[in-house]
Ligand binder design. Structure first.
Ligand SMILES: Cc1ncc(COP(=O)(O)O)c(C=O)c1O
Length: 441
Protein backbone atom coordinates (compact mmCIF):
# COMPACT_ATOMS: atom_id res chain seq x y z
CA UNK A 1 0.00 0.00 0.00
CA UNK A 2 1.58 3.31 -0.98
CA UNK A 3 2.63 5.36 2.01
CA UNK A 4 0.47 8.21 0.75
CA UNK A 5 -2.72 6.14 0.93
CA UNK A 6 -1.92 5.25 4.53
CA UNK A 7 -1.35 8.84 5.44
CA UNK A 8 -4.46 9.93 3.53
CA UNK A 9 -2.65 13.20 3.19
CA UNK A 10 -0.24 14.09 0.51
CA UNK A 11 2.34 16.78 0.49
CA UNK A 12 3.75 18.16 -2.70
CA UNK A 13 7.44 18.88 -2.75
CA UNK A 14 7.26 21.82 -5.10
CA UNK A 15 10.87 21.21 -6.08
CA UNK A 16 11.90 22.04 -9.59
CA UNK A 17 13.76 19.21 -11.20
CA UNK A 18 15.68 18.99 -14.40
CA UNK A 19 14.10 16.74 -16.97
CA UNK A 20 15.74 14.85 -19.75
CA UNK A 21 15.38 16.58 -23.06
CA UNK A 22 13.05 14.00 -24.56
CA UNK A 23 10.71 13.84 -21.63
CA UNK A 24 7.71 16.08 -22.20
CA UNK A 25 4.66 17.02 -20.22
CA UNK A 26 1.27 18.23 -21.21
CA UNK A 27 -1.71 19.71 -19.44
CA UNK A 28 -4.47 21.52 -21.30
CA UNK A 29 -4.69 25.31 -20.99
CA UNK A 30 -6.28 26.76 -17.89
CA UNK A 31 -9.83 28.07 -18.16
CA UNK A 32 -11.22 25.24 -20.26
CA UNK A 33 -14.42 23.50 -19.22
CA UNK A 34 -13.86 19.94 -18.00
CA UNK A 35 -15.21 18.45 -21.22
CA UNK A 36 -12.98 20.72 -23.28
CA UNK A 37 -10.01 19.67 -21.16
CA UNK A 38 -10.83 16.05 -21.91
CA UNK A 39 -10.95 16.69 -25.66
CA UNK A 40 -7.84 18.86 -25.50
CA UNK A 41 -5.99 16.10 -23.65
CA UNK A 42 -6.63 13.81 -26.59
CA UNK A 43 -5.69 16.55 -29.08
CA UNK A 44 -9.26 16.88 -30.36
CA UNK A 45 -10.07 20.47 -29.35
CA UNK A 46 -9.61 22.92 -32.23
CA UNK A 47 -8.65 26.57 -31.75
CA UNK A 48 -12.21 27.63 -32.65
CA UNK A 49 -13.60 25.46 -29.82
CA UNK A 50 -14.93 22.70 -32.08
CA UNK A 51 -14.21 19.08 -31.28
CA UNK A 52 -12.82 16.82 -33.96
CA UNK A 53 -13.89 13.18 -34.15
CA UNK A 54 -11.23 10.72 -33.02
CA UNK A 55 -8.97 9.53 -35.78
CA UNK A 56 -10.51 6.05 -35.37
CA UNK A 57 -14.01 7.40 -36.02
CA UNK A 58 -12.75 9.47 -38.93
CA UNK A 59 -10.87 6.58 -40.53
CA UNK A 60 -13.66 4.04 -39.94
CA UNK A 61 -16.12 6.46 -41.59
CA UNK A 62 -13.67 6.86 -44.47
CA UNK A 63 -13.44 3.09 -44.86
CA UNK A 64 -17.26 2.82 -44.90
CA UNK A 65 -17.57 5.63 -47.43
CA UNK A 66 -14.93 4.31 -49.80
CA UNK A 67 -15.25 0.56 -49.30
CA UNK A 68 -11.58 0.42 -48.28
CA UNK A 69 -10.31 -2.39 -46.07
CA UNK A 70 -10.36 -1.04 -42.53
CA UNK A 71 -7.06 -1.79 -40.83
CA UNK A 72 -7.51 1.31 -38.69
CA UNK A 73 -9.45 0.38 -35.61
CA UNK A 74 -8.38 -2.69 -33.64
CA UNK A 75 -11.25 -5.13 -33.64
CA UNK A 76 -11.26 -8.68 -34.97
CA UNK A 77 -13.51 -9.56 -37.90
CA UNK A 78 -14.10 -13.09 -36.62
CA UNK A 79 -16.05 -14.30 -33.62
CA UNK A 80 -14.31 -15.60 -30.54
CA UNK A 81 -14.65 -19.07 -29.01
CA UNK A 82 -18.05 -20.73 -29.51
CA UNK A 83 -18.26 -21.73 -25.82
CA UNK A 84 -18.00 -18.10 -24.78
CA UNK A 85 -20.65 -16.93 -27.23
CA UNK A 86 -22.94 -19.78 -26.23
CA UNK A 87 -22.50 -18.98 -22.53
CA UNK A 88 -23.76 -15.43 -23.18
CA UNK A 89 -26.79 -16.72 -25.10
CA UNK A 90 -27.52 -19.18 -22.32
CA UNK A 91 -27.22 -16.49 -19.68
CA UNK A 92 -29.75 -14.34 -21.51
CA UNK A 93 -32.08 -17.34 -21.83
CA UNK A 94 -31.61 -18.06 -18.12
CA UNK A 95 -32.71 -14.54 -17.21
CA UNK A 96 -29.33 -13.07 -16.31
CA UNK A 97 -30.53 -9.72 -17.57
CA UNK A 98 -30.76 -7.48 -14.52
CA UNK A 99 -28.16 -5.48 -12.59
CA UNK A 100 -25.33 -7.72 -11.43
CA UNK A 101 -23.67 -6.93 -8.06
CA UNK A 102 -21.71 -3.65 -8.03
CA UNK A 103 -18.23 -5.23 -7.92
CA UNK A 104 -19.19 -7.83 -10.56
CA UNK A 105 -20.77 -11.29 -10.53
CA UNK A 106 -19.03 -13.68 -8.13
CA UNK A 107 -18.62 -16.26 -10.92
CA UNK A 108 -16.53 -13.79 -12.92
CA UNK A 109 -14.57 -12.44 -9.97
CA UNK A 110 -13.71 -16.03 -9.01
CA UNK A 111 -12.71 -16.77 -12.62
CA UNK A 112 -10.46 -13.68 -12.74
CA UNK A 113 -8.78 -14.70 -9.48
CA UNK A 114 -8.33 -18.27 -10.78
CA UNK A 115 -6.89 -16.90 -14.05
CA UNK A 116 -4.32 -14.76 -12.20
CA UNK A 117 -3.32 -17.78 -10.12
CA UNK A 118 -3.13 -20.16 -13.11
CA UNK A 119 -1.09 -17.92 -15.42
CA UNK A 120 0.95 -15.77 -13.03
CA UNK A 121 0.86 -17.37 -9.58
CA UNK A 122 -0.88 -14.29 -8.16
CA UNK A 123 -3.17 -15.17 -5.25
CA UNK A 124 -6.18 -12.87 -4.92
CA UNK A 125 -9.20 -12.68 -2.69
CA UNK A 126 -11.98 -12.63 -5.28
CA UNK A 127 -14.33 -10.81 -2.91
CA UNK A 128 -12.10 -7.85 -2.09
CA UNK A 129 -9.24 -7.72 -4.62
CA UNK A 130 -11.13 -8.04 -7.91
CA UNK A 131 -13.50 -5.51 -9.49
CA UNK A 132 -15.38 -5.97 -12.75
CA UNK A 133 -15.63 -2.87 -14.95
CA UNK A 134 -17.14 -1.76 -18.26
CA UNK A 135 -14.07 -2.71 -20.25
CA UNK A 136 -10.51 -1.72 -19.50
CA UNK A 137 -11.53 1.81 -20.45
CA UNK A 138 -13.79 2.27 -17.44
CA UNK A 139 -11.18 0.62 -15.24
CA UNK A 140 -8.64 3.21 -16.43
CA UNK A 141 -11.06 6.10 -16.02
CA UNK A 142 -12.24 5.08 -12.56
CA UNK A 143 -8.66 4.46 -11.40
CA UNK A 144 -7.26 7.75 -12.65
CA UNK A 145 -10.29 9.70 -11.39
CA UNK A 146 -9.91 7.98 -8.03
CA UNK A 147 -6.25 8.87 -7.53
CA UNK A 148 -5.19 11.78 -9.73
CA UNK A 149 -5.83 15.23 -8.33
CA UNK A 150 -5.33 18.62 -9.95
CA UNK A 151 -1.69 19.09 -10.83
CA UNK A 152 -0.65 15.50 -10.09
CA UNK A 153 1.63 14.01 -12.68
CA UNK A 154 0.92 10.80 -14.51
CA UNK A 155 3.83 9.25 -16.38
CA UNK A 156 3.22 7.15 -19.47
CA UNK A 157 5.33 6.04 -22.36
CA UNK A 158 4.78 7.74 -25.71
CA UNK A 159 3.18 6.88 -28.10
CA UNK A 160 0.29 5.94 -25.76
CA UNK A 161 -3.23 4.59 -26.04
CA UNK A 162 -5.23 7.74 -26.72
CA UNK A 163 -7.71 7.36 -23.84
CA UNK A 164 -4.90 7.90 -21.32
CA UNK A 165 -4.33 11.51 -22.30
CA UNK A 166 -8.05 12.32 -22.30
CA UNK A 167 -8.68 10.80 -18.87
CA UNK A 168 -5.58 12.34 -17.30
CA UNK A 169 -6.66 15.74 -18.60
CA UNK A 170 -10.22 15.26 -17.27
CA UNK A 171 -8.79 14.39 -13.88
CA UNK A 172 -6.80 17.65 -13.94
CA UNK A 173 -3.49 15.82 -14.06
CA UNK A 174 -0.32 16.63 -15.94
CA UNK A 175 0.59 14.01 -18.52
CA UNK A 176 4.33 13.42 -18.51
CA UNK A 177 5.59 11.19 -21.27
CA UNK A 178 8.72 9.15 -21.82
CA UNK A 179 9.36 8.32 -25.47
CA UNK A 180 9.76 4.80 -26.70
CA UNK A 181 12.66 4.88 -29.14
CA UNK A 182 12.51 2.75 -32.24
CA UNK A 183 15.70 0.84 -32.98
CA UNK A 184 15.35 -0.24 -36.58
CA UNK A 185 15.75 -3.87 -37.51
CA UNK A 186 18.87 -4.26 -39.63
CA UNK A 187 18.19 -6.21 -42.81
CA UNK A 188 19.69 -9.71 -43.12
CA UNK A 189 23.43 -9.44 -43.80
CA UNK A 190 23.64 -5.82 -42.61
CA UNK A 191 25.80 -4.99 -39.59
CA UNK A 192 23.85 -5.63 -36.41
CA UNK A 193 21.47 -8.11 -38.06
CA UNK A 194 19.97 -10.38 -35.43
CA UNK A 195 20.43 -7.80 -32.66
CA UNK A 196 17.42 -6.77 -30.66
CA UNK A 197 15.34 -4.18 -32.44
CA UNK A 198 12.04 -2.64 -31.44
CA UNK A 199 10.58 0.12 -29.29
CA UNK A 200 12.25 0.79 -25.94
CA UNK A 201 12.42 3.55 -23.37
CA UNK A 202 15.72 5.08 -22.35
CA UNK A 203 16.14 4.33 -18.65
CA UNK A 204 17.67 7.72 -17.86
CA UNK A 205 14.70 9.44 -19.46
CA UNK A 206 12.38 7.28 -17.39
CA UNK A 207 14.31 8.17 -14.21
CA UNK A 208 14.08 11.87 -15.07
CA UNK A 209 10.32 11.71 -15.63
CA UNK A 210 9.35 10.17 -12.29
CA UNK A 211 9.55 12.60 -9.38
CA UNK A 212 7.79 13.23 -6.09
CA UNK A 213 5.08 14.91 -8.15
CA UNK A 214 4.29 11.63 -9.89
CA UNK A 215 1.03 10.19 -8.63
CA UNK A 216 0.75 7.33 -11.10
CA UNK A 217 3.08 5.52 -13.46
CA UNK A 218 0.73 4.15 -16.10
CA UNK A 219 2.30 1.19 -17.83
CA UNK A 220 0.98 -0.51 -20.94
CA UNK A 221 2.74 -3.73 -21.77
CA UNK A 222 2.12 -5.33 -24.23
CA UNK A 223 1.89 -1.91 -25.77
CA UNK A 224 -0.55 -0.26 -28.16
CA UNK A 225 0.35 1.05 -30.73
CA UNK A 226 3.95 -0.26 -30.98
CA UNK A 227 3.48 -3.92 -29.98
CA UNK A 228 6.42 -3.55 -27.60
CA UNK A 229 6.78 -5.79 -24.57
CA UNK A 230 8.71 -4.07 -21.79
CA UNK A 231 11.69 -6.09 -20.60
CA UNK A 232 12.08 -7.10 -16.96
CA UNK A 233 14.80 -4.49 -16.33
CA UNK A 234 12.40 -1.73 -17.37
CA UNK A 235 9.58 -3.18 -15.29
CA UNK A 236 11.93 -3.44 -12.28
CA UNK A 237 13.03 0.17 -12.77
CA UNK A 238 9.38 1.27 -12.79
CA UNK A 239 8.80 -0.52 -9.48
CA UNK A 240 11.96 1.00 -8.01
CA UNK A 241 10.95 4.52 -9.10
CA UNK A 242 7.38 4.08 -7.90
CA UNK A 243 8.65 3.03 -4.51
CA UNK A 244 11.20 5.84 -4.31
CA UNK A 245 8.61 8.48 -5.18
CA UNK A 246 5.64 6.79 -3.55
CA UNK A 247 3.65 6.57 -6.76
CA UNK A 248 0.99 4.08 -7.75
CA UNK A 249 1.58 1.75 -10.67
CA UNK A 250 -1.40 1.31 -12.96
CA UNK A 251 -0.82 -1.36 -15.57
CA UNK A 252 -2.94 -1.91 -18.66
CA UNK A 253 -2.47 -5.51 -19.77
CA UNK A 254 -5.34 -6.00 -22.21
CA UNK A 255 -3.02 -7.77 -24.68
CA UNK A 256 -1.65 -10.15 -22.02
CA UNK A 257 -2.52 -13.28 -24.00
CA UNK A 258 -1.58 -11.94 -27.43
CA UNK A 259 2.19 -12.18 -27.00
CA UNK A 260 4.27 -13.74 -29.77
CA UNK A 261 7.25 -14.92 -27.74
CA UNK A 262 8.02 -15.39 -24.09
CA UNK A 263 4.96 -15.38 -21.84
CA UNK A 264 3.63 -12.12 -20.44
CA UNK A 265 5.09 -10.89 -17.14
CA UNK A 266 2.62 -8.82 -15.10
CA UNK A 267 4.46 -6.04 -13.30
CA UNK A 268 2.50 -6.97 -10.15
CA UNK A 269 4.60 -10.14 -9.90
CA UNK A 270 7.86 -8.20 -9.44
CA UNK A 271 9.23 -7.85 -5.91
CA UNK A 272 7.80 -4.78 -4.18
CA UNK A 273 5.19 -4.10 -6.87
CA UNK A 274 2.04 -5.76 -5.66
CA UNK A 275 1.16 -3.41 -2.81
CA UNK A 276 1.12 -0.35 -5.06
CA UNK A 277 -0.11 -1.84 -8.34
CA UNK A 278 -3.54 -1.74 -9.91
CA UNK A 279 -3.65 -4.24 -12.78
CA UNK A 280 -6.18 -3.76 -15.54
CA UNK A 281 -7.29 -6.17 -18.22
CA UNK A 282 -10.36 -7.09 -20.21
CA UNK A 283 -11.96 -9.93 -22.11
CA UNK A 284 -12.33 -7.95 -25.34
CA UNK A 285 -9.01 -8.78 -27.01
CA UNK A 286 -8.47 -12.26 -25.56
CA UNK A 287 -11.90 -13.55 -26.60
CA UNK A 288 -12.50 -11.35 -29.65
CA UNK A 289 -15.46 -9.72 -27.91
CA UNK A 290 -14.42 -6.08 -27.97
CA UNK A 291 -18.08 -4.97 -28.09
CA UNK A 292 -18.96 -6.68 -24.82
CA UNK A 293 -16.87 -4.33 -22.73
CA UNK A 294 -16.16 -6.61 -19.81
CA UNK A 295 -12.97 -5.58 -18.04
CA UNK A 296 -11.54 -5.77 -14.54
CA UNK A 297 -9.01 -4.55 -12.08
CA UNK A 298 -7.07 -6.60 -9.58
CA UNK A 299 -5.30 -4.85 -6.72
CA UNK A 300 -4.93 -4.83 -2.94
CA UNK A 301 -8.35 -4.41 -1.28
CA UNK A 302 -7.95 -0.74 -0.19
CA UNK A 303 -7.08 0.26 -3.76
CA UNK A 304 -10.04 -1.69 -5.15
CA UNK A 305 -12.29 0.05 -2.63
CA UNK A 306 -11.03 3.45 -3.79
CA UNK A 307 -11.63 2.65 -7.46
CA UNK A 308 -15.06 1.18 -6.71
CA UNK A 309 -16.04 4.43 -4.98
CA UNK A 310 -15.71 6.16 -8.36
CA UNK A 311 -16.71 3.29 -10.64
CA UNK A 312 -20.07 2.77 -8.98
CA UNK A 313 -21.13 6.25 -10.09
CA UNK A 314 -19.76 5.95 -13.61
CA UNK A 315 -21.59 2.90 -14.92
CA UNK A 316 -22.50 1.21 -11.62
CA UNK A 317 -22.52 -2.16 -13.46
CA UNK A 318 -22.61 -3.52 -17.00
CA UNK A 319 -23.05 -6.56 -19.22
CA UNK A 320 -24.82 -9.01 -16.89
CA UNK A 321 -25.05 -11.94 -19.36
CA UNK A 322 -21.55 -11.30 -20.68
CA UNK A 323 -19.96 -11.62 -17.25
CA UNK A 324 -20.55 -15.39 -16.87
CA UNK A 325 -19.59 -15.79 -20.55
CA UNK A 326 -16.21 -14.14 -19.97
CA UNK A 327 -15.85 -16.33 -16.87
CA UNK A 328 -16.29 -19.33 -19.19
CA UNK A 329 -13.59 -17.92 -21.46
CA UNK A 330 -11.13 -17.40 -18.63
CA UNK A 331 -11.57 -21.05 -17.71
CA UNK A 332 -10.76 -22.39 -21.20
CA UNK A 333 -7.80 -24.76 -21.45
CA UNK A 334 -4.28 -23.38 -21.96
CA UNK A 335 -4.37 -24.46 -25.60
CA UNK A 336 -7.03 -21.88 -26.41
CA UNK A 337 -4.78 -19.05 -25.23
CA UNK A 338 -1.62 -20.31 -26.92
CA UNK A 339 -3.47 -21.02 -30.17
CA UNK A 340 -4.98 -17.53 -30.17
CA UNK A 341 -1.50 -15.99 -29.92
CA UNK A 342 -0.08 -18.31 -32.61
CA UNK A 343 -2.95 -17.54 -34.99
CA UNK A 344 -2.45 -13.84 -34.49
CA UNK A 345 1.33 -14.14 -34.97
CA UNK A 346 0.70 -15.73 -38.38
CA UNK A 347 -1.56 -12.79 -39.27
CA UNK A 348 1.12 -10.36 -38.15
CA UNK A 349 3.62 -12.07 -40.42
CA UNK A 350 1.23 -12.02 -43.35
CA UNK A 351 0.51 -8.30 -43.12
CA UNK A 352 4.14 -7.48 -42.29
CA UNK A 353 5.27 -9.24 -45.47
CA UNK A 354 2.67 -7.29 -47.47
CA UNK A 355 3.75 -3.97 -45.99
CA UNK A 356 7.42 -4.70 -46.63
CA UNK A 357 6.71 -5.68 -50.21
CA UNK A 358 4.81 -2.42 -50.61
CA UNK A 359 7.94 -0.56 -49.49
CA UNK A 360 7.20 0.39 -45.87
CA UNK A 361 9.89 0.06 -43.19
CA UNK A 362 8.55 -1.96 -40.28
CA UNK A 363 8.94 -2.55 -36.63
CA UNK A 364 7.78 -6.10 -36.04
CA UNK A 365 5.46 -6.13 -33.01
CA UNK A 366 6.06 -8.64 -30.23
CA UNK A 367 2.44 -8.64 -29.14
CA UNK A 368 -1.00 -7.20 -29.73
CA UNK A 369 -3.08 -6.28 -32.76
CA UNK A 370 -0.94 -3.68 -34.53
CA UNK A 371 2.12 -3.12 -36.67
CA UNK A 372 3.76 0.27 -37.14
CA UNK A 373 4.95 1.01 -40.65
CA UNK A 374 7.12 3.90 -41.73
CA UNK A 375 5.92 5.41 -44.99
CA UNK A 376 9.04 7.59 -45.45
CA UNK A 377 10.81 5.06 -47.72
CA UNK A 378 7.79 5.32 -50.01
CA UNK A 379 8.18 9.09 -50.14
CA UNK A 380 5.36 9.96 -47.71
CA UNK A 381 6.53 12.26 -44.95
CA UNK A 382 3.09 12.86 -43.43
CA UNK A 383 1.35 9.73 -42.16
CA UNK A 384 -1.93 11.56 -41.44
CA UNK A 385 -2.06 12.86 -45.01
CA UNK A 386 -1.21 9.41 -46.32
CA UNK A 387 -3.99 7.82 -44.21
CA UNK A 388 -6.54 10.22 -45.67
CA UNK A 389 -5.32 9.44 -49.20
CA UNK A 390 -4.76 5.70 -48.72
CA UNK A 391 -8.32 4.56 -49.56
CA UNK A 392 -7.92 6.27 -52.94
CA UNK A 393 -4.35 5.13 -53.49
CA UNK A 394 -4.68 1.55 -52.33
CA UNK A 395 -8.15 0.84 -50.92
CA UNK A 396 -6.84 0.39 -47.37
CA UNK A 397 -7.27 2.37 -44.16
CA UNK A 398 -4.71 2.77 -41.36
CA UNK A 399 -4.27 5.36 -38.61
CA UNK A 400 -1.38 7.79 -38.21
CA UNK A 401 0.78 7.25 -35.14
CA UNK A 402 0.55 11.00 -34.47
CA UNK A 403 -2.89 10.18 -32.97
CA UNK A 404 -1.01 8.53 -30.08
CA UNK A 405 1.35 11.38 -29.18
CA UNK A 406 1.11 14.90 -27.86
CA UNK A 407 0.93 17.76 -30.36
CA UNK A 408 4.48 18.91 -29.60
CA UNK A 409 5.79 15.43 -30.41
CA UNK A 410 4.03 14.82 -33.68
CA UNK A 411 7.06 15.70 -35.76
CA UNK A 412 8.96 12.72 -34.31
CA UNK A 413 6.30 10.29 -35.54
CA UNK A 414 5.11 12.09 -38.66
CA UNK A 415 5.64 9.38 -41.26
CA UNK A 416 4.41 6.42 -39.18
CA UNK A 417 1.14 4.58 -39.72
CA UNK A 418 -0.47 1.91 -37.54
CA UNK A 419 -2.17 -1.03 -39.25
CA UNK A 420 -4.30 -3.66 -37.47
CA UNK A 421 -3.68 -7.30 -38.37
CA UNK A 422 -6.48 -8.84 -36.23
CA UNK A 423 -8.36 -9.63 -39.45
CA UNK A 424 -9.10 -12.74 -41.50
CA UNK A 425 -6.30 -14.15 -43.68
CA UNK A 426 -8.09 -13.37 -46.91
CA UNK A 427 -8.63 -9.78 -45.80
CA UNK A 428 -4.94 -9.37 -44.98
CA UNK A 429 -3.96 -10.98 -48.28
CA UNK A 430 -6.23 -8.63 -50.18
CA UNK A 431 -4.94 -5.64 -48.20
CA UNK A 432 -1.34 -6.67 -48.98
CA UNK A 433 -2.12 -6.99 -52.69
CA UNK A 434 -3.73 -3.56 -52.68
CA UNK A 435 -0.87 -1.97 -50.76
CA UNK A 436 1.57 -3.29 -53.34
CA UNK A 437 0.05 -0.65 -55.66
CA UNK A 438 1.89 1.99 -53.67
CA UNK A 439 5.30 0.83 -54.84
CA UNK A 440 4.03 -0.01 -58.32
CA UNK A 441 2.70 3.53 -58.79
C1 LIG B 1 -3.97 -0.47 -24.60
C2 LIG B 1 -5.45 -0.54 -24.54
N1 LIG B 1 -6.05 -0.37 -23.36
C3 LIG B 1 -7.39 -0.42 -23.26
C4 LIG B 1 -8.18 -0.64 -24.35
C5 LIG B 1 -9.66 -0.66 -24.20
O1 LIG B 1 -10.11 -1.86 -23.72
P1 LIG B 1 -11.66 -2.12 -23.54
O2 LIG B 1 -12.26 -2.29 -24.90
O3 LIG B 1 -11.73 -3.36 -22.71
O4 LIG B 1 -12.23 -0.94 -22.84
C6 LIG B 1 -7.59 -0.84 -25.60
C7 LIG B 1 -8.42 -1.05 -26.80
O5 LIG B 1 -8.00 -0.89 -27.92
C8 LIG B 1 -6.18 -0.78 -25.69
O6 LIG B 1 -5.56 -0.95 -26.86
Amino acid sequence: MPRRELRCLRQRTGTTLAYGESVSDFSPAAGLAPWQRTAAGAGLLAADGSIAPTIFAEMSALAMRTGAINLGQGFPDEDGPAEVLEAARQAIADGVNQYPPGPGMPVLREAIAAHQRRWYGIELDAASEVLVTAGATEALAATLLAFVDTGDEVVTFEPYYDAYAAIIARAGGVHRTVPLHWTREPRAGEPGAGSSAGWRPDHDELRAAVTDRTRVILVNSPHNPTGAVLDTETLALIVELADRHDALIVTDEVYEHLVFGAAHTPIATLPGARERTISISSGGKTFSTTGWKVGWITAPAPLVTAVLAVKQYLTYVNGAPFQPAIATGLGLPDAFFTDAAATLAAKRDLLAAGLETAGFALSLPRAGYFVIADAAPLGFADGAELCRALPGLAGVVGVPVTAFVHPDRQGDYASLVRFAFCKRHEVLEEASARLARLSAG
